[in-house]
Design a protein around this ligand. Structure first.
Ligand code: PRP
Length: 207
């Protein structure tokens, strides 16, 4: 049995479509309900549906053999996995954003709200800028609007959320897309099956 961890949500939907095109249709996907594990007995594949942030954890610890995760999550979790293929799906970027006409005060610590604390810390450490990090789990754009932070470090896709909350990008610093990842030990055990899966996915995304 090969276990594949897939992210629930926006990216997940795109990834399911790619897998289906590659001949790995998920059985009863339309009638999935609240189930978190789906088995394709014919192909001996099991699908786990997990939070995008957790895909790398499942794969790193071997609870899943392979998975699909955004580059942002691999960086944030410092995941120790093989990154085998850039699927080119779910393209977006990581950016620092602030209220329109924001003037930075260098005489004090910068307050940064983010869901990506590791990435944000590394970003400001590289710049030698002292900062305080406020960890939020979503709706990050609210933080500067309410004065909870000066800036945010967050994902920008279309830019609509920033625009509608009167924020703008100050620095776009990391390009993001979905990556096919593999557990190090699983690759040794299932190399042929994993290579075939990657090859088929590669064909589909290059169409
Ligand atoms: C992400 C991100 C931004 C938004 C960007 O949030 O954190 O808020 O998408 O997309 P846009 O540039 O197309 O507007 P998500 O929808 O994942 O929800 P969250 O607020 O729970 O993080």
């Amino acid at each position: 049995m090969l276990t594949i961890a897939l992210p629930k949500g926006r990216l997940g939907d795109t990834v399911y479509q790619a897998l289906q095109k590659a001949g790995y249709g998920i059985p009863a996907m339309d009638a999935i309900g609240r189930r978190l594990v789906l088995e394709d007995e014919e192909r001996s594949i099991r699908y786990l549906l997990v939070k995008p942030m957790d895909v790398a954890v499942y794969v790193q610890y071997g609870a899943a053999d392979v998975g699909v995760a955004g580059k942002d999550i691999l960086e944030e979790k410092k995941a120790d996995v093989f990154e085998m293929l850039d699927l080119g799906l779910g393209r977006c970027h990581m950016a620092v954003a602030a209220p329109l006409h924001f003037q930075e005060n260098y005489s004090r610590k910068l307050k940064v709200a983010t869901k990506f604390e590791t990435i944000a810390r590394a970003y400001y450490a590289r710049r030698g800028r002292e900062a305080e990090f406020i960890h939020l789990n979503g709706s990050i754009e609210l933080a500067p609007v309410l004065g909870l932070s000066d800036v945010i470090v967050d994902i920008v896709e279309t830019g609509t959320t920033l625009k509608e909350n009167h924020l703008e990008v100050i620095d776009r610093f990391m390009e993001i897309s979905a990556r096919f990842i593999v557990n190090r030990a699983s690759y040794r055990f299932h190399q042929d099956r994993i290579d075939t899966l990657i090859k088929r996915l590669e064909e589909v995304i290059n169409l």
